[in-house]
Write a protein that binds this ligand. Structure first.
Ligand SMILES: Cc1cc2nc3c(=O)[nH]c(=O)nc-3n(C[C@H](O)[C@H](O)[C@H](O)COP(=O)(O)O)c2cc1C
Length: 253
């Protein structure tokens, strides 16, 4: 097999192979929760209710047309209303299935929703700097811990950026989406992994468009140090690990 062959095969549909497999779901193994649990005594930060009043630009045509990856940010903070809106737009719960699965503002293969959203908050009004996790059911933030030199740590995580060096550390907030693959593997077995990658693209695109709609800008970040970010976010790196990041800030004029 050539260097690329294995990776290319991963991109192809393996539905025929999948149909021959008895999945963990078929074998009656317990269904994994699509939400990560948390300690009841955790520090919770309520988020403002999301309404369309936060949106500055409503015209979807121009949002799609003008969206660009934004890597130059002003020193301005985002408001908590804006952060609340960005979280809702990327992972917010907007319904449920008859079988109790969550439906969200983004599509997801089989509504398996393998993602958790971690935030490096640098500049959001009314909320201290630190590492947070989004709780989609409650639409709240869970405060995880303060991180000394949070911007420099984010800079180290995002390695040598080819377009604009060190841009991530200047953002107001960075999203780090983890995946817990078993939430999908239970149902889709060897087909899960390609689906997970496609799913995260939808999340990222909603972040881009929602950011544009509040006069902010986002930039996806695929170049990062896997081990470093997993360790900082206290993820085991096997059952749950970071899959993708994105920085958001008010655009520099
Ligand atoms: C999967 C993916 C990974 C990316 N990773 C990075 C990155 O690590 N650093 C960066 O500056 N831009 C990154 N980008 C942004 C792309 O460079 C950008 O989308 C591309 O240059 C096209 O520009 P546009 O988004 O302004 O249309 C990434 C985009 C995607 C979709």
């Amino acid at each position: 097999m050539t260097r690329f062959e294995l990776q290319r095969n991963f991109l192809k549909s393996n539905f025929v192979e999948f149909k021959k497999i008895r999945t963990d779901k078929m074998n009656g193994l317990p269904k994994p929760s699509s939400i990560k649990a948390y300690e009841p005594e955790s520090t919770i930060v309520p988020l403002p209710e999301v309404t369309e009043n936060v949106v500055k630009k409503h015209d979807i045509y121009h949002l799609i047309k003008n969206r660009r990856s934004t890597r130059f940010y002003s020193q301005e903070s985002l408001t908590l209303e804006e952060l609340s809106y960005l979280l809702w737009a990327t992972q917010g719960i907007s319904g449920s299935t008859k079988t109790g699965l969550t439906l969200r503002t983004v599509p997801c293969s089989g509504a398996t929703h393998t993602f958790e959203t971690y935030l490096f908050i640098m500049r959001v009004d009314g909320i201290p700097q630190g590492i947070y996790r989004y709780l989609p059911i409650e639409h709240q933030l869970l405060f995880m811990f303060q991180l000394d030199e949070i911007d420099n740590k984010l800079d180290a995580i995002t390695l040598e950026q080819p377009f604009v060096p060190n841009f991530a550390k200047k953002a107001a907030v960075a999203f780090a989406w983890s995946t817990t693959p078993y939430r999908s593997e239970w149902k889709y077995d060897v087909s899960a992994h390609k689906k997970i990658l496609i799913d995260i693209g939808h999340v990222s695109q909603n972040l881009y468009l929602a950011s544009e709609s509040i006069n902010a800008g986002a930039c996806a970040i695929g170049i990062y140090d896997q081990k470093m970010v997993d360790e900082i976010l206290q993820l085991d790196g096997e059952e749950e690990f970071v899959l993708f990041l994105a920085a958001v800030g008010r655009k520099r004029k």
